[in-house]
Design a protein around this ligand. Structure first.
Ligand SMILES: [Mn+2]
Length: 242
């Protein structure tokens, strides 16, 4: 089985549609954080109709049971919650994390969102062994695929390979109009699919998503580079682990 790993779609429907035209695989694996974004209903419906396999991301939990605060992403999670049907919310609540799948030429691969043990733990291209070793301790698979930080990487950690599939809908790769994902089997290919970001921006501004203009400006039109976002996330993770 070949697997197209589509992580952090964040309800960017035009980016997802572009990837699906290129994702020639037996299985579409949705790697979490699928719905928290501007076009949640259409995004979930499209992926469920395609028979995709899903794992849970931290934002899927937040959308299913949003908090009451006035912070921007909490308001956005409430808005998405309100857009989704009860059936979609129940579907999000029932998602597994992590999930092993057998892949052609790669054996059993462990798919997780943040880390194998936690859907919001931060793993980056520069996470040091001191923090990584206890996280990967006890994992039986040779290949682990994660996401959550929106920047692709492919690195060896001891005798294990750790791959970040990147983000379909909010790729932090320093370039607008790029949807990042991974194709697995028999090799690991980090893929980048171009999409019409100006057309996507116009659609997003019409959705009613809270502070849609800010999302368009910061995440779609002027995304940070992988280096910037990696340094930011790694510093955050270091502080959290103290
Ligand atoms: Mn996430």
């Amino acid at each position: 089985m070949r697997v197209a790993a589509l992580y952090d779609v964040h309800a960017n429907l035009p980016a997802l549609e572009a990837v699906l035209t290129e994702a020639d695989a037996d299985t579409i694996l949705v790697g979490g954080d699928v719905a928290l974004g501007p076009m949640p209903r259409e995004t979930l419906t499209l992926l469920r109709e395609r028979g995709a396999t899903f794992i849970r991301g931290n934002c899927d939990r937040e959308v299913a049971s949003p908090g009451a605060g006035e912070e921007l992403w909490t308001r956005r999670a409430r808005w998405v919650h309100g857009q989704l049907a009860d059936d979609d919310l129940a579907f999000l609540r029932g998602l597994p994390h992590p999930l092993p799948l057998e892949v052609d030429g790669l054996g059993e691969v462990l798919f997780c969102h943040g880390s194998p043990r936690n859907d919001e733990e931060i793993l980056t291209a520069i996470t040091p062994p001191k923090r990584l070793d206890p996280i990967l301790d006890g994992v039986t698979q040779d290949l682990v695929v994660c996401g959550h930080t929106h920047a692709q990487f492919d690195r060896l950690v001891g005798d294990r390979r750790l791959v970040n599939a990147g983000s379909v809908g909010m790729a932090y790769e320093g370039e607008p109009g790029i949807a990042a994902w991974a194709l697995l089997g028999p090799t690991v290919e980090l893929r980048r699919t171009p999409y019409d970001v100006e057309a996507a921006a116009a659609l997003v501004r019409e959705t009613g998503f809270p502070d849609a203009d800010e999302l368009v400006d910061e995440a779609l039109l002027h995304p940070p580079s992988a280096e910037e976002v990696t340094a930011h996330f790694e510093a955050l993770a270091e502080r959290q682990s103290l």
